[in-house]
Design a protein around this ligand. Structure first.
Ligand SMILES: *[C@@H]1O[C@H](CO)[C@@H](O)[C@H](O)[C@H]1NC(C)=O
Ligand SMILES: *[C@@H]1O[C@H](CO)[C@@H](O)[C@H](O)[C@H]1NC(C)=O
Ligand SMILES: *[C@@H]1O[C@H](CO)[C@@H](O)[C@H](O)[C@H]1NC(C)=O
Ligand SMILES: *[C@@H]1O[C@H](CO)[C@@H](O)[C@H](O)[C@H]1NC(C)=O
Ligand SMILES: *[C@@H]1O[C@H](CO)[C@@H](O)[C@H](O)[C@H]1NC(C)=O
Ligand SMILES: [Zn+2]
Length: 509
């Protein structure tokens, strides 16, 4: 059967050669135009890049060909929880892992530090407690004496670990209680509301760990380290206006947090001179009252003035289709504009399958002069929004795996960002919340973008342009951007040499 299909398919391909020239010419012209119009389509590769391109395109073609008969082989077409282990065998993936990917611009504190580190490092600290209800961890925290709680039982983790028969098993249990990964995601998470509830539970569970002031310092450093290892040189992190706490119960304000963040980033840059830095976008929650959001807006406007080198602006987060719209908060969000002040916005918008009042957030985001759009999954349904985005060059932060895990799309070949990439919209790739679903900081998402959002024949140029875009669309100053790009070019050149060294004989499909 397979041989038969194979032959038919080959016959189909060879038949192309009998197309008359007068027909073939306009056909080629259309294809060439489309190629030029897509992201990276105007780049010219150097001879070294051409050599690497041959290697990566041969591998890409092999992976696509092997999936034409069996879609379960095509990683972006299956659920990430089931496809992740297949990636370990992918040559394309291994190359992308090595590639310097520039910046990750759409990330949330609370879901970007690996569960491995939380379990192996944070839960090993003295005074670390978990609140357990029917063998499920619902909360965590650091205490001298834990509070009494009606809903769950507070237990000192180190004591429970010591009591357990098998430490590996105990740590595995902790790990399993954090991760969203399961073998049968379609059954466990049948719809968007179920997966979002589990996702929000993750944030609730780790909050007590990550809001602890000493942990926070280490977690930020560890996050930068994990991203750096994965080929990311600059990060923008969204975070709520939190009050980090000490084990004795005293709390710090946002100013403390911003200064601490700046110190950690500077320390990291000192330790790793090939790192460009990190900045913050503060965020409110779309279930909060209008007065709470107005309060945020005032506080963040002031913080941006005081820390222009660290804080870029403000965003509103949470499951878009069941929470308040931007329009609901319009007078609060217009407050800076109506008080001759300024607050840059970085709104999540159009992170939904609906075509309704919620994805109209795209329109309000644009009217509120958003600096970028988070997700923008619904953009291709709005022609006027598309026109404005193109005209005003509003970057779109695309997070492929997040959109799949959180149930907007199952087969990533159907991801609407394919339309944006094919028309050179200002797109960059990020990973949103890699920790709860055990994705690497950026490599897994970059792989999905290359294999499924870009066309089969989109090549090294799309990868290169996406990396450049990520830095170009960041909140770095123009000076910082120029130096980040210079640094990236050095990394890019050693990446090319590395690929060429490790693939001395070109692979044939
Ligand atoms: C946790 O990480 C911190 C900071 O990186 C380090 O100093 C400490 O020794 C680690 N603790 C454990 C138990 O691994
Ligand atoms: C935590 O572990 C328990 C028992 O091992 C399990 O039943 C539960 O589903 C886990 N919690 C989560 C949120 O997965
Ligand atoms: C609580 O701990 C912090 C950090 O160790 C310390 O600076 C502060 O003085 C302590 N506060 C009290 C009331 O003990
Ligand atoms: C958006 O920018 C335009 C042009 O700079 C300005 O006229 C308008 O007032 C801004 N809107 C808001 C809501 O800040
Ligand atoms: C950066 O983005 C701007 C606006 O989209 C564009 O004009 C410029 O060419 C980009 N630069 C690079 C290096 O891609
Ligand atoms: Zn997000």
């Amino acid at each position: 059967m397979r041989v038969f299909i194979c032959l038919t398919w080959l016959t189909l391909l060879t038949n192309v050669q009998s197309v008359p020239a007068w027909y073939k010419a306009p056909r080629e012209a259309i294809l060439a135009t489309e190629r030029r119009q897509s992201i990276g389509g105007m780049l010219t590769l150097t001879s070294e890049e051409e050599a690497v391109n041959k290697i990566i395109m041969a591998a890409k073609q092999t992976e696509i060909n092997s999936a034409i008969y069996d879609h379960s082989n095509f990683i972006p077409a299956v659920h990430f929880f089931q496809g992740r282990h297949l990636m370990e065998q992918s040559k394309v993936f291994k190359i992308i892992q090595q590639m310097p990917k520039g910046a990750a611009l759409h990330l949330h504190y609370g879901s970007i530090t690996s569960n491995d580190w939380l379990v192996k490092n944070v839960t090993y600290r003295p005074d670390c407690y978990m609140c357990v209800k029917q063998k499920v961890i619902t909360k965590t925290g650091f205490y001298v004496t834990p509070p009494s709680d009606k809903d769950c039982k507070w237990l000192r983790i180190s004591a429970e670990r010591a009591k357990s028969k098998d430490i590996t098993e105990f740590d595995q249990w902790l790990y399993n209680n954090l991760t969203l990964t399961v073998d049968n995601p379609e059954v466990v998470y049948p719809n968007i509301n179920v997966i979002w509830r589990r996702f929000e539970q993750y944030f609730k569970t780790v909050r007590g760990l990550l809001k602890n002031a000493p942990v926070m310092k280490d977690a930020l450093y560890e996050t930068l380290r994990e991203f750096h290892v994965d080929g990311v040189q600059y990060l923008e992190i969204r975070i709520g206006l939190i009050r980090p706490y000490e084990v004795n119960g005293t709390t710090h304000d946002t100013t403390w947090f911003v200064e601490t963040f700046r110190d950690v980033v500077n320390q990291f840059k000192q330790d790793y001179p090939d790192f460009s830095g990190a900045k913050l976008i503060l965020a409110g929650r779309k279930v909060n009252s209008a007065s709470a959001i107005l309060q945020d807006v005032k506080v963040v406007t002031d913080l941006v003035k005081r820390f222009p080198d660290v804080i870029l602006g403000y965003d509103l987060v949470q499951q878009e289709d069941v929470t308040h719209t931007l329009l609901y908060y319009i007078s609060d969000l217009l407050y800076p504009e109506s008080h001759s002040s300024n607050l840059p916005y970085f709104f999540h918008a159009g992170e939904t399958d609906w075509l309704d009042i919620h994805d109209n957030n795209l329109i309000d985001a644009i009217l509120l002069n958003t600096s970028r759009i988070g997700h923008g999954f619904a953009i291709p349904k709005h022609p006027e929004v598309m026109r404005l985005i193109k005209e005003r060059n509003i970057p779109i932060e695309v997070n492929p795996i997040s959109n799949q895990v959180l149930k907007l799309v199952s087969d990533l070949r159907n991801h609407p960002a394919a339309i944006l990439i094919s028309q050179d919209f200002p797109v960059c790739i990020s990973s949103d919340d890699p920790a709860p679903w055990e994705a690497l900081p950026l490599s897994h998402d970059f792989y999905m973008a290359f294999m499924a959002l870009a066309a089969s024949d989109d090549d090294l140029r799309v990868l290169k342009q996406l990396a450049i875009n990520s830095m170009n669309f960041s909140g770095m100053t123009s000076q910082e951007k120029a130096s980040a790009l210079r640094l990236w070019e050095t990394k890019w050149n050693s990446f090319l040499k590395h690929v060429l060294r490790s693939h001395t004989t070109p692979i044939v499909g």
